[in-house]
Ligand binder design. Structure first.
Ligand code: SF4
Ligand code: SF4
Length: 196
């Protein structure tokens, strides 16, 4: 009988103790966040999502080379002499078209190493953390602002320019050889022809 009374008393005591704690906390400010209804403010320097201000990118590729997991994919095309791409807000001249600038955030490990070598500070982390997706391909972010037609156009122009330069070099070489040949004695030219 005494044991039953003791156990009953302990049960009531623990209920009242627990309810007392609950009652006290009813009048105190909450210490938890009601996420996702309430968004969490990330601290300064938090690594959540990469962003590229493409207007300030000079296509130097330093960020991609710094990335230990190769999740930055950049393709550049040299602008032809008739095109002035201007300068970045930091005053760096822009010489390349950025035909592709993709970052695969599904592969990214948030090490931040890509942001340090950027000469124009145009790649950086932003406090955006709600971007999970069922499809991994949606986690590849495309920062190039050139459409497919523009990409094709700049590539074609660059190829033509490269061909023009190649022909120019070949012509110069021919002229150089002809000049050197004209300075040699006829016997030396004959020897060269025999050797070739
Ligand atoms: S944060 Fe790290 S893993 Fe992610 S893109 Fe930059 S260098 Fe690569
Ligand atoms: S390091 Fe900066 S400027 Fe160079 S390609 Fe990357 S984002 Fe662009």
């Amino acid at each position: 009988m005494a044991t039953v009374i003791k156990e009953g008393w302990n049960t009531f005591k623990s209920i009242f103790t627990g309810m007392g704690v609950t009652f006290r906390h009813l009048f105190q400010p909450a210490v938890t966040e009601l996420y996702p209804e309430e968004k969490v403010d990330l601290p300064e320097g938090a690594r959540a999502k990469l962003y590229v201000n493409i207007d300030d990118c000079i296509g130097c590729n330093l960020c991609a080379r710094a990335c230990p997991v190769n999740c930055i994919d950049i393709e550049t095309v040299m602008a032809t002499p008739d095109v002035d791409l201007g300068k970045t807000s930091t005053g760096n001249p822009k010489r390349f078209w950025l035909t592709r600038f993709n970052i695969d955030m599904a592969k990214c490990m948030y090490c931040d190493l890509c942001t340090y070598p950027c000469p124009t500070d145009c790649i950086y982390m932003v406090p955006e953390y709600e971007y999970s997706d069922y499809d991994r391909s949606n986690l590849v972010y495309h920062f190039s602002d050139l459409g497919p037609e523009m990409v094709a156009e700049v590539k074609e122009k660059a190829e033509k320019e490269a061909e023009r330069k190649k022909q120019e070099r070949e012509q110069k070489m021919k002229e150089k050889k002809a000049k050197a040949k004209s300075k040699k004695k006829p016997s030396e030219n004959k020897k060269d022809e025999e050797e070739s």
